[in-house]
Ligand binder design. Structure first.
Ligand code: C2G
Length: 452
Protein backbone atom coordinates (compact mmCIF):
# COMPACT_ATOMS: atom_id res chain seq x y z
CA UNK A 1 0.00 0.00 0.00
CA UNK A 2 1.62 3.26 -1.17
CA UNK A 3 1.75 5.74 1.70
CA UNK A 4 0.36 9.12 0.67
CA UNK A 5 2.10 12.13 2.17
CA UNK A 6 0.39 15.51 1.76
CA UNK A 7 -1.75 13.89 -0.98
CA UNK A 8 1.18 12.75 -3.11
CA UNK A 9 2.46 9.24 -3.81
CA UNK A 10 5.80 9.31 -2.01
CA UNK A 11 8.72 7.76 -3.83
CA UNK A 12 10.83 6.21 -1.09
CA UNK A 13 14.59 5.82 -1.50
CA UNK A 14 16.94 3.89 0.76
CA UNK A 15 20.72 3.84 0.96
CA UNK A 16 23.28 2.41 3.40
CA UNK A 17 26.77 3.24 4.54
CA UNK A 18 29.28 3.51 7.36
CA UNK A 19 29.77 7.27 6.89
CA UNK A 20 33.02 7.16 8.88
CA UNK A 21 35.07 10.38 8.97
CA UNK A 22 32.21 12.04 7.05
CA UNK A 23 33.41 13.66 3.84
CA UNK A 24 32.30 15.24 0.56
CA UNK A 25 31.80 11.89 -1.15
CA UNK A 26 29.25 10.89 1.45
CA UNK A 27 27.53 14.28 1.22
CA UNK A 28 27.25 14.09 -2.58
CA UNK A 29 25.84 10.57 -2.41
CA UNK A 30 23.17 11.49 0.11
CA UNK A 31 22.23 14.63 -1.85
CA UNK A 32 21.77 12.69 -5.09
CA UNK A 33 20.00 9.85 -3.29
CA UNK A 34 17.48 12.34 -1.95
CA UNK A 35 16.97 13.77 -5.44
CA UNK A 36 15.88 10.33 -6.66
CA UNK A 37 12.61 10.50 -4.73
CA UNK A 38 10.55 12.24 -2.05
CA UNK A 39 11.62 10.40 1.10
CA UNK A 40 15.14 9.16 1.92
CA UNK A 41 15.92 6.48 4.47
CA UNK A 42 19.61 6.16 5.37
CA UNK A 43 20.92 2.93 6.92
CA UNK A 44 24.01 3.59 9.04
CA UNK A 45 26.06 0.48 9.78
CA UNK A 46 26.56 -0.65 13.38
CA UNK A 47 30.09 -1.29 14.64
CA UNK A 48 29.45 -5.03 14.89
CA UNK A 49 28.08 -5.20 11.35
CA UNK A 50 31.17 -3.41 10.04
CA UNK A 51 33.45 -5.79 11.96
CA UNK A 52 31.50 -8.75 10.62
CA UNK A 53 31.98 -7.50 7.06
CA UNK A 54 35.73 -6.99 7.65
CA UNK A 55 35.66 -3.21 8.12
CA UNK A 56 37.80 -3.16 11.28
CA UNK A 57 38.98 0.32 11.88
CA UNK A 58 36.00 2.59 11.78
CA UNK A 59 37.11 5.61 13.77
CA UNK A 60 33.84 7.43 14.56
CA UNK A 61 31.26 6.02 16.96
CA UNK A 62 27.87 5.01 15.59
CA UNK A 63 26.25 8.06 17.23
CA UNK A 64 28.83 10.38 15.64
CA UNK A 65 28.22 8.83 12.23
CA UNK A 66 24.45 9.15 12.64
CA UNK A 67 24.83 12.77 13.69
CA UNK A 68 26.89 13.58 10.59
CA UNK A 69 24.25 12.04 8.34
CA UNK A 70 21.50 13.90 10.19
CA UNK A 71 23.32 17.22 9.83
CA UNK A 72 23.17 17.01 6.04
CA UNK A 73 19.39 17.39 6.27
CA UNK A 74 18.88 14.87 3.43
CA UNK A 75 17.72 11.93 5.56
CA UNK A 76 14.02 11.77 6.37
CA UNK A 77 14.66 8.68 8.45
CA UNK A 78 17.75 6.91 9.77
CA UNK A 79 17.95 3.18 10.56
CA UNK A 80 20.85 1.06 11.82
CA UNK A 81 22.19 -1.64 9.50
CA UNK A 82 23.05 -4.55 11.81
CA UNK A 83 23.02 -7.81 9.85
CA UNK A 84 23.53 -9.35 6.45
CA UNK A 85 20.20 -9.52 4.61
CA UNK A 86 18.70 -6.56 6.43
CA UNK A 87 18.43 -4.60 3.16
CA UNK A 88 15.72 -6.97 1.89
CA UNK A 89 13.85 -6.75 5.19
CA UNK A 90 14.04 -2.96 5.17
CA UNK A 91 12.94 -2.59 1.54
CA UNK A 92 9.83 -4.63 2.33
CA UNK A 93 9.25 -3.09 5.75
CA UNK A 94 9.47 0.51 4.51
CA UNK A 95 7.88 -0.15 1.15
CA UNK A 96 10.91 1.28 -0.67
CA UNK A 97 10.87 2.11 -4.38
CA UNK A 98 14.58 2.69 -4.97
CA UNK A 99 17.74 1.26 -3.41
CA UNK A 100 20.80 3.33 -4.22
CA UNK A 101 24.49 3.20 -3.38
CA UNK A 102 27.75 4.47 -4.88
CA UNK A 103 29.11 2.99 -8.11
CA UNK A 104 31.96 1.31 -6.20
CA UNK A 105 29.29 -1.29 -5.39
CA UNK A 106 28.12 -1.65 -9.03
CA UNK A 107 26.63 -5.12 -9.54
CA UNK A 108 26.92 -6.06 -5.87
CA UNK A 109 23.28 -5.30 -5.10
CA UNK A 110 21.60 -6.35 -8.37
CA UNK A 111 19.81 -9.06 -6.40
CA UNK A 112 17.69 -6.28 -4.86
CA UNK A 113 16.10 -5.71 -8.28
CA UNK A 114 13.64 -8.38 -7.22
CA UNK A 115 12.31 -6.01 -4.56
CA UNK A 116 12.82 -2.49 -5.90
CA UNK A 117 14.69 -0.42 -8.48
CA UNK A 118 18.48 -0.45 -7.96
CA UNK A 119 20.44 2.65 -8.95
CA UNK A 120 24.23 3.02 -8.63
CA UNK A 121 25.29 6.66 -8.34
CA UNK A 122 28.72 7.77 -9.53
CA UNK A 123 31.19 7.73 -6.68
CA UNK A 124 32.94 11.03 -5.91
CA UNK A 125 36.49 10.62 -7.12
CA UNK A 126 39.61 11.23 -5.01
CA UNK A 127 38.23 10.91 -1.51
CA UNK A 128 37.53 8.00 0.84
CA UNK A 129 37.43 7.32 4.57
CA UNK A 130 40.38 4.94 4.10
CA UNK A 131 42.50 7.70 2.54
CA UNK A 132 41.60 10.01 5.41
CA UNK A 133 42.50 7.32 7.93
CA UNK A 134 45.80 6.82 6.13
CA UNK A 135 46.72 10.52 6.19
CA UNK A 136 47.37 10.29 9.92
CA UNK A 137 48.71 6.77 10.10
CA UNK A 138 50.32 5.29 13.16
CA UNK A 139 53.91 4.28 12.46
CA UNK A 140 54.29 0.85 14.04
CA UNK A 141 57.66 -0.90 14.49
CA UNK A 142 58.38 -4.54 15.26
CA UNK A 143 60.86 -5.06 18.08
CA UNK A 144 62.18 -8.61 17.79
CA UNK A 145 61.14 -11.20 15.25
CA UNK A 146 59.61 -14.62 15.86
CA UNK A 147 57.29 -16.79 13.78
CA UNK A 148 54.26 -14.86 15.09
CA UNK A 149 55.66 -11.69 13.47
CA UNK A 150 54.84 -13.00 10.01
CA UNK A 151 51.21 -13.59 11.02
CA UNK A 152 51.15 -10.14 12.62
CA UNK A 153 52.38 -8.45 9.43
CA UNK A 154 49.91 -10.41 7.31
CA UNK A 155 46.98 -9.54 9.56
CA UNK A 156 48.00 -5.86 9.78
CA UNK A 157 47.09 -5.55 6.08
CA UNK A 158 43.43 -5.69 7.11
CA UNK A 159 43.78 -2.66 9.37
CA UNK A 160 44.08 0.74 7.69
CA UNK A 161 45.68 3.68 9.41
CA UNK A 162 48.95 1.93 10.30
CA UNK A 163 52.26 1.77 8.56
CA UNK A 164 54.77 -0.95 9.53
CA UNK A 165 58.15 -0.43 7.93
CA UNK A 166 60.65 -0.57 10.77
CA UNK A 167 62.05 -3.68 12.44
CA UNK A 168 64.55 -3.77 15.29
CA UNK A 169 66.58 -6.93 15.82
CA UNK A 170 69.75 -7.52 17.76
CA UNK A 171 70.41 -10.84 16.05
CA UNK A 172 69.53 -12.05 12.58
CA UNK A 173 67.56 -15.26 13.31
CA UNK A 174 66.17 -17.62 10.66
CA UNK A 175 62.73 -16.09 11.26
CA UNK A 176 64.19 -12.66 10.57
CA UNK A 177 65.93 -13.74 7.36
CA UNK A 178 62.72 -15.34 6.07
CA UNK A 179 60.80 -12.16 6.93
CA UNK A 180 63.37 -9.97 5.16
CA UNK A 181 62.76 -12.00 2.00
CA UNK A 182 59.00 -11.53 2.21
CA UNK A 183 58.58 -7.91 3.36
CA UNK A 184 60.04 -4.57 2.49
CA UNK A 185 61.03 -2.83 5.72
CA UNK A 186 64.02 -0.96 7.15
CA UNK A 187 66.07 -2.93 9.66
CA UNK A 188 67.46 -1.08 12.68
CA UNK A 189 70.26 -2.36 14.89
CA UNK A 190 70.29 0.72 17.17
CA UNK A 191 67.28 1.27 19.42
CA UNK A 192 67.47 5.09 19.38
CA UNK A 193 67.28 5.25 15.57
CA UNK A 194 64.43 2.71 15.65
CA UNK A 195 62.41 4.63 18.21
CA UNK A 196 63.02 7.92 16.38
CA UNK A 197 60.97 6.71 13.39
CA UNK A 198 57.95 5.08 15.07
CA UNK A 199 54.95 6.00 17.24
CA UNK A 200 54.22 2.52 18.59
CA UNK A 201 55.93 -0.83 18.90
CA UNK A 202 54.98 -4.52 18.79
CA UNK A 203 57.37 -6.39 21.07
CA UNK A 204 58.10 -10.11 20.63
CA UNK A 205 61.07 -11.21 22.72
CA UNK A 206 61.97 -14.05 25.06
CA UNK A 207 60.85 -13.55 28.68
CA UNK A 208 64.30 -12.66 29.95
CA UNK A 209 64.38 -9.60 27.64
CA UNK A 210 60.71 -8.61 28.00
CA UNK A 211 60.88 -6.22 30.95
CA UNK A 212 63.83 -4.23 29.62
CA UNK A 213 62.39 -4.05 26.09
CA UNK A 214 59.03 -2.79 27.35
CA UNK A 215 60.63 -0.23 29.70
CA UNK A 216 62.90 1.08 26.92
CA UNK A 217 59.95 1.58 24.61
CA UNK A 218 58.00 3.41 27.32
CA UNK A 219 61.04 5.55 28.20
CA UNK A 220 61.00 6.61 24.53
CA UNK A 221 57.28 7.41 25.02
CA UNK A 222 56.16 4.78 22.53
CA UNK A 223 52.86 2.89 22.80
CA UNK A 224 53.46 -0.80 23.49
CA UNK A 225 51.71 -3.91 22.28
CA UNK A 226 53.59 -6.87 23.74
CA UNK A 227 53.03 -10.38 22.44
CA UNK A 228 51.62 -12.58 25.17
CA UNK A 229 52.41 -14.13 27.58
CA UNK A 230 53.77 -11.32 29.73
CA UNK A 231 56.29 -13.20 31.88
CA UNK A 232 57.61 -10.54 34.20
CA UNK A 233 57.36 -10.38 37.98
CA UNK A 234 54.43 -8.61 39.62
CA UNK A 235 56.81 -5.85 40.74
CA UNK A 236 58.22 -5.39 37.23
CA UNK A 237 54.70 -5.21 35.81
CA UNK A 238 53.86 -2.51 38.36
CA UNK A 239 56.87 -0.50 37.15
CA UNK A 240 55.72 -0.95 33.55
CA UNK A 241 52.16 0.17 34.33
CA UNK A 242 53.41 3.24 36.24
CA UNK A 243 55.81 4.30 33.46
CA UNK A 244 53.16 3.80 30.76
CA UNK A 245 50.79 5.94 32.78
CA UNK A 246 53.40 8.63 33.46
CA UNK A 247 54.31 8.85 29.77
CA UNK A 248 50.69 8.65 28.52
CA UNK A 249 51.48 5.51 26.58
CA UNK A 250 49.05 2.75 25.72
CA UNK A 251 50.18 -0.59 27.15
CA UNK A 252 48.43 -3.62 25.66
CA UNK A 253 48.94 -7.39 25.82
CA UNK A 254 48.58 -9.26 22.56
CA UNK A 255 46.32 -11.97 23.95
CA UNK A 256 44.30 -12.03 20.74
CA UNK A 257 41.23 -13.90 22.04
CA UNK A 258 40.38 -10.90 24.23
CA UNK A 259 39.86 -8.71 21.14
CA UNK A 260 37.81 -10.99 18.92
CA UNK A 261 34.15 -10.02 18.37
CA UNK A 262 32.64 -13.32 19.48
CA UNK A 263 34.61 -13.58 22.73
CA UNK A 264 33.38 -10.14 23.80
CA UNK A 265 29.78 -11.15 23.07
CA UNK A 266 30.25 -14.47 24.90
CA UNK A 267 31.49 -12.72 28.03
CA UNK A 268 28.70 -10.10 27.92
CA UNK A 269 26.07 -12.81 27.54
CA UNK A 270 27.50 -14.97 30.32
CA UNK A 271 27.65 -11.96 32.66
CA UNK A 272 24.10 -10.88 31.70
CA UNK A 273 22.63 -13.51 34.03
CA UNK A 274 21.17 -15.57 31.18
CA UNK A 275 22.62 -18.75 32.79
CA UNK A 276 22.19 -17.42 36.33
CA UNK A 277 25.16 -17.26 38.70
CA UNK A 278 28.30 -18.66 37.10
CA UNK A 279 29.46 -21.68 39.12
CA UNK A 280 32.39 -22.92 37.09
CA UNK A 281 34.51 -22.33 34.01
CA UNK A 282 36.22 -25.25 32.31
CA UNK A 283 38.51 -24.32 29.46
CA UNK A 284 41.44 -26.36 28.19
CA UNK A 285 44.16 -25.36 25.78
CA UNK A 286 46.47 -28.20 24.76
CA UNK A 287 48.86 -28.91 21.90
CA UNK A 288 51.27 -31.63 20.92
CA UNK A 289 54.00 -29.42 19.53
CA UNK A 290 56.39 -32.10 18.35
CA UNK A 291 59.16 -30.37 16.37
CA UNK A 292 58.15 -26.87 17.60
CA UNK A 293 58.42 -27.98 21.24
CA UNK A 294 61.97 -26.71 21.68
CA UNK A 295 61.18 -23.31 20.13
CA UNK A 296 58.09 -22.92 22.32
CA UNK A 297 60.06 -23.74 25.49
CA UNK A 298 62.70 -21.18 24.46
CA UNK A 299 60.05 -18.59 23.62
CA UNK A 300 58.36 -18.77 27.02
CA UNK A 301 61.35 -19.88 29.06
CA UNK A 302 59.18 -22.67 30.47
CA UNK A 303 56.43 -25.14 29.71
CA UNK A 304 52.66 -25.37 29.39
CA UNK A 305 51.65 -22.80 32.03
CA UNK A 306 54.00 -20.15 30.67
CA UNK A 307 52.96 -20.88 27.11
CA UNK A 308 49.20 -21.28 27.34
CA UNK A 309 47.72 -20.51 30.79
CA UNK A 310 47.06 -16.88 29.75
CA UNK A 311 44.09 -18.11 27.74
CA UNK A 312 42.13 -19.94 30.51
CA UNK A 313 43.21 -17.23 32.95
CA UNK A 314 41.68 -14.67 30.54
CA UNK A 315 38.40 -16.59 30.68
CA UNK A 316 38.65 -16.67 34.50
CA UNK A 317 39.24 -12.94 34.99
CA UNK A 318 36.55 -12.05 32.46
CA UNK A 319 33.91 -14.42 33.83
CA UNK A 320 34.78 -14.77 37.52
CA UNK A 321 36.71 -11.59 38.22
CA UNK A 322 40.09 -10.55 39.58
CA UNK A 323 39.75 -11.87 43.16
CA UNK A 324 40.69 -15.51 42.84
CA UNK A 325 41.51 -17.23 46.12
CA UNK A 326 44.20 -19.65 45.02
CA UNK A 327 45.43 -21.87 42.23
CA UNK A 328 46.51 -25.50 42.49
CA UNK A 329 48.81 -26.91 39.81
CA UNK A 330 49.21 -30.60 38.97
CA UNK A 331 52.00 -31.03 36.42
CA UNK A 332 53.59 -33.77 34.36
CA UNK A 333 57.17 -32.60 34.80
CA UNK A 334 60.02 -33.35 32.38
CA UNK A 335 63.35 -32.03 33.65
CA UNK A 336 61.72 -29.00 35.23
CA UNK A 337 59.46 -28.27 32.25
CA UNK A 338 55.71 -28.88 32.71
CA UNK A 339 54.61 -30.73 29.59
CA UNK A 340 51.02 -30.93 30.88
CA UNK A 341 49.42 -29.09 33.80
CA UNK A 342 45.95 -29.35 35.27
CA UNK A 343 44.97 -26.17 37.11
CA UNK A 344 42.27 -25.67 39.72
CA UNK A 345 41.44 -22.01 40.30
CA UNK A 346 39.18 -21.32 43.27
CA UNK A 347 37.07 -18.21 43.82
CA UNK A 348 34.75 -17.21 46.68
CA UNK A 349 31.65 -18.55 44.93
CA UNK A 350 32.98 -20.33 41.85
CA UNK A 351 35.72 -22.58 40.56
CA UNK A 352 37.63 -23.01 37.31
CA UNK A 353 39.60 -25.87 35.85
CA UNK A 354 41.92 -26.05 32.92
CA UNK A 355 44.32 -28.46 31.26
CA UNK A 356 47.19 -26.73 29.49
CA UNK A 357 49.78 -28.71 27.57
CA UNK A 358 52.54 -28.25 25.03
CA UNK A 359 52.93 -31.99 24.85
CA UNK A 360 49.53 -33.50 25.53
CA UNK A 361 45.98 -33.35 24.14
CA UNK A 362 42.57 -32.65 25.72
CA UNK A 363 39.20 -31.48 24.44
CA UNK A 364 39.49 -27.78 23.45
CA UNK A 365 35.97 -26.63 24.25
CA UNK A 366 34.87 -24.32 27.03
CA UNK A 367 31.91 -24.88 29.35
CA UNK A 368 30.59 -22.05 31.51
CA UNK A 369 28.27 -23.60 34.12
CA UNK A 370 25.51 -21.58 35.81
CA UNK A 371 22.66 -22.23 38.22
CA UNK A 372 20.10 -21.64 35.44
CA UNK A 373 21.88 -23.07 32.43
CA UNK A 374 25.30 -23.25 30.78
CA UNK A 375 27.21 -21.97 27.78
CA UNK A 376 28.99 -24.40 25.50
CA UNK A 377 31.79 -23.10 23.29
CA UNK A 378 33.09 -25.71 20.85
CA UNK A 379 36.81 -26.18 20.26
CA UNK A 380 38.88 -24.18 19.63
CA UNK A 381 37.19 -21.93 22.19
CA UNK A 382 40.07 -19.39 22.03
CA UNK A 383 39.08 -18.73 18.40
CA UNK A 384 35.45 -18.36 19.43
CA UNK A 385 33.00 -17.68 16.65
CA UNK A 386 30.09 -19.89 17.69
CA UNK A 387 28.58 -20.80 21.01
CA UNK A 388 25.33 -22.14 22.47
CA UNK A 389 23.36 -21.23 25.57
CA UNK A 390 21.75 -24.43 26.86
CA UNK A 391 19.07 -25.07 29.47
CA UNK A 392 17.29 -27.97 31.15
CA UNK A 393 14.41 -27.27 28.76
CA UNK A 394 16.21 -27.69 25.43
CA UNK A 395 13.51 -25.67 23.70
CA UNK A 396 15.03 -22.62 25.36
CA UNK A 397 18.49 -23.31 23.89
CA UNK A 398 19.99 -20.49 21.80
CA UNK A 399 22.87 -20.38 19.30
CA UNK A 400 25.15 -17.45 18.49
CA UNK A 401 27.59 -16.92 15.64
CA UNK A 402 30.08 -14.07 15.15
CA UNK A 403 32.53 -14.11 12.25
CA UNK A 404 36.18 -14.68 13.13
CA UNK A 405 38.48 -13.72 10.27
CA UNK A 406 42.04 -14.92 9.71
CA UNK A 407 44.33 -15.48 12.65
CA UNK A 408 42.40 -13.05 14.86
CA UNK A 409 45.40 -10.73 15.15
CA UNK A 410 43.64 -8.08 13.02
CA UNK A 411 41.16 -7.40 15.83
CA UNK A 412 44.01 -6.95 18.30
CA UNK A 413 45.86 -4.60 15.94
CA UNK A 414 42.67 -2.62 15.25
CA UNK A 415 42.05 -2.28 19.00
CA UNK A 416 45.65 -1.12 19.55
CA UNK A 417 45.20 1.62 16.93
CA UNK A 418 41.85 2.67 18.41
CA UNK A 419 43.41 2.89 21.89
CA UNK A 420 46.26 5.05 20.60
CA UNK A 421 43.91 7.39 18.74
CA UNK A 422 41.55 7.63 21.71
CA UNK A 423 44.46 8.02 24.19
CA UNK A 424 43.17 5.26 26.44
CA UNK A 425 44.02 1.67 27.36
CA UNK A 426 41.83 -1.14 26.10
CA UNK A 427 38.70 -2.16 28.01
CA UNK A 428 38.71 -5.49 26.17
CA UNK A 429 41.72 -6.54 28.27
CA UNK A 430 42.23 -3.99 31.05
CA UNK A 431 45.44 -3.20 32.89
CA UNK A 432 43.98 -4.78 36.04
CA UNK A 433 43.13 -7.94 34.10
CA UNK A 434 46.66 -8.07 32.69
CA UNK A 435 48.01 -7.63 36.22
CA UNK A 436 45.88 -10.50 37.52
CA UNK A 437 46.71 -12.88 34.65
CA UNK A 438 50.43 -12.18 35.09
CA UNK A 439 50.07 -12.75 38.83
CA UNK A 440 48.24 -16.04 38.23
CA UNK A 441 51.07 -17.24 36.00
CA UNK A 442 53.59 -16.16 38.61
CA UNK A 443 51.79 -18.35 41.17
CA UNK A 444 53.08 -21.31 39.19
CA UNK A 445 56.63 -20.25 39.88
CA UNK A 446 56.07 -20.06 43.64
CA UNK A 447 53.24 -22.56 44.24
CA UNK A 448 53.84 -25.89 45.88
CA UNK A 449 52.72 -27.65 42.71
CA UNK A 450 52.06 -31.38 42.62
CA UNK A 451 54.09 -33.17 39.97
CA UNK A 452 53.37 -36.65 38.58
N1 C2G B 1 30.76 7.14 -1.50
C1 C2G B 1 30.83 7.93 -2.65
N2 C2G B 1 32.00 8.55 -2.95
C2 C2G B 1 33.08 8.41 -2.14
C3 C2G B 1 32.99 7.62 -0.97
C4 C2G B 1 31.81 6.98 -0.67
O1 C2G B 1 29.84 8.05 -3.38
N3 C2G B 1 34.24 9.02 -2.48
C5 C2G B 1 29.46 6.50 -1.22
C6 C2G B 1 29.59 4.98 -1.11
O2 C2G B 1 29.52 4.38 -2.39
C7 C2G B 1 28.36 4.62 -0.27
C8 C2G B 1 28.25 5.83 0.66
O3 C2G B 1 29.02 6.90 0.07
O4 C2G B 1 27.22 4.56 -1.09
C9 C2G B 1 28.84 5.52 2.04
O5 C2G B 1 30.18 5.09 1.87
P1 C2G B 1 30.87 4.24 3.05
O6 C2G B 1 30.63 4.92 4.31
O7 C2G B 1 32.25 3.86 2.64
O8 C2G B 1 29.97 2.95 3.11
P2 C2G B 1 30.20 1.55 2.43
O9 C2G B 1 31.17 0.72 3.20
O10 C2G B 1 30.47 1.76 1.02
O11 C2G B 1 28.76 0.97 2.73
O12 C2G B 1 25.92 -2.31 2.21
C10 C2G B 1 26.31 -1.17 1.46
C11 C2G B 1 27.32 -0.62 2.26
O13 C2G B 1 26.78 -0.44 3.54
C12 C2G B 1 27.88 0.70 1.75
Amino acid sequence: MRIKYKGINMKKVITYGTYDLFHEGHYNLLKRAKDLGDYLIVGVTSGDFDKNRGKLNVRDSLMTRIKHVEETGFADEIVIEEYFGQKIDDIKKYDVDIFTVGSDWKGHFDYLNEYCEVIYLDRTKGISSTDIRNTNTIKLGCYGVESVTTRFLEESKYVSGINIDAIYVDNESDCFNQLKEQYDFKVYKHQQEFYDVIDAVYIVVEPKYQFQAIMNALKHKKHVLVEFPILVTDEQLQEIIELADANNCVFMEGLKTAYTPAFGKLIALAKSGIIGNILSVDANFTQILGKQLGEQIRLVDGGSVHALASYPFLACVKLLGLDYKNIQFFSRDDNGIDMFTKMLISYEKAVATSNVAISGKSEGNMVISGDKGYIYVPAPWWKTEYFEVRFEDINMNRKYFYKFDGEGLRYEISEFIQCILNHKNSILLTIEEIRTITNMINQFNVANKVTF
